[in-house]
Design a binder for this molecule. Structure first.
Ligand code: MAN
Length: 349
């Protein structure tokens, strides 16, 4: 059952609402924002995906080359060596490329409705070979000693999880890849449990297993170990093909509440929730049987890649109200609210 209260102002942001940052490009999609609060304002770190204006019969997209400069690759749509059946990823002569280049762009708002480019924070672009196809889908863990940004690093050799530490968004400490390929959807818990830090992450296992949610612990949030698989996909259900953590788990009286995304074989992305033990978060106490949010609004059903609701950012508006921001159809930015009590009441032990 869909229990999300969507904002009547959705979509809050469309690609045409912002100007491209990369010279000569246009914004194709706005996706999956990380969220944090600062000075009484809500900040979103949007994933902005850019590419050149497309010419008839061609597919072109930017990458960072060895010198770290933007270079545009262009392929003929009719080329028999090209597979362009997925709007997000193409394959040419056995090598995969993304059709757009993503970076993280801060926008902020006083009312959670009107968002404009943040004046006090610069966009964050990919750097170095392991981010040469861009950086995506940032989670922001707001912690006592600063902000911890985990995001997908994409390159010809890998999809993995990168970490940036910062206190002020002026000086960025680029730690590098903390979860090696193939891995994404990493959410760091915002407080220690016992004397350890914890994170959810999503490795993909090709031969055995699948796209499952794992947990790991760390003494410092840089070095991670003791990996345990805590949740798998469920055949025949809405989350049968892949699942992945959203933003940082929320502490409730009953346990850590994690909002996650699940997709089926048709790439329909919904949101669900699971409850993790407060002291031993590797223990799943309860989980959604039905999604708590499904792509049902028009802007969630059609777009760059339709039938997608995907969240990786939220904050608690009051004791019970969770304000989430989400990407719809891989194209526009939206918001919705949930009652934590209501989510908890839908979970099956
Ligand atoms: C998938 C999708 C894309 C994303 C790539 C790389 O194909 O989630 O949106 O760009 O993975 O992470």
């Amino acid at each position: 059952m869909d229990i999300a209260k969507r904002s009547p102002h959705n979509p809050l942001l469309r690609p045409s609402d912002l100007k491209a940052c990369i010279p000569g490009m246009e914004i194709t999609c706005l996706l999956n924002p990380g969220v944090f609060r600062r000075n009484g304002k809500t900040y979103l770190l949007l994933r902005v995906a850019e590419r050149p204006v497309q010419k008839e019969g061609k597919i072109s997209f930017p990458i960072y080359n060895k010198e770290g400069k933007i270079e545009v690759l262009c392929f003929d749509k009719e080329d028999p060596q090209l597979d362009a059946s997925d709007p997000r990823v193409i394959c040419y002569k056995g090598q995969n490329y993304l059709t757009t280049l993503s970076y993280l762009r801060p926008v902020c708002s006083n009312d959670d409705i009107n968002f404009t480019d943040a004046e006090d924070i610069e966009p964050i672009f990919g750097e170095g070979f392991q981010e040469s196809f861009g950086i995506e889908d940032c989670r922001v863990a707001s912690m006592e000693d600063g902000f911890f940004l985990t995001f997908t690093e994409v390159s010809p050799v890998a999809v993995g999880v990168g970490l940036i530490r910062t206190k002020d968004f002026k000086t960025l400490d680029r730690v590098g890849m903390i979860f090696p390929p193939h891995n994404k959807d990493c959410a760091i818990f915002e407080e220690k449990i016992g004397d350890k830090y914890y994170a959810l992450h999503r490795p993909s296992s090709v031969e055995l297993g699948g796209n499952y949610i794992w947990i790991a612990e760390s003494p410092d949030r840089v070095h991670w170990g003791k990996h345990v698989c805590i949740a798998t996909t469920r055949p025949g259900m809405w989350d049968s093909a892949r699942i992945g953590a959203g933003a940082a788990p929320i502490r409730t009286g009953e346990g850590w509440l994690e909002i996650y995304h699940g997709a089926n074989e048709k790439n329909r992305y919904c949101l669900g929730a699971m409850l993790l033990d407060l002291n031993d978060p590797a223990k799943v106490l309860a989980r959604s049987v039905e999604p708590i949010m499904e792509p049902i609004a028009d802007y969630e059903k059609t777009g760059f890649f339709g039938n997608v609701v995907f969240t990786n950012g939220h904050y608690m508006k009051d004791e019970d109200t969770l304000q989430i921001f989400y990407g719809a159809s891989d194209e526009v930015i939206c918001s919705a609210q949930f009652s934590i009590k209501e989510i908890l009441s839908t979970l099956k032990k």
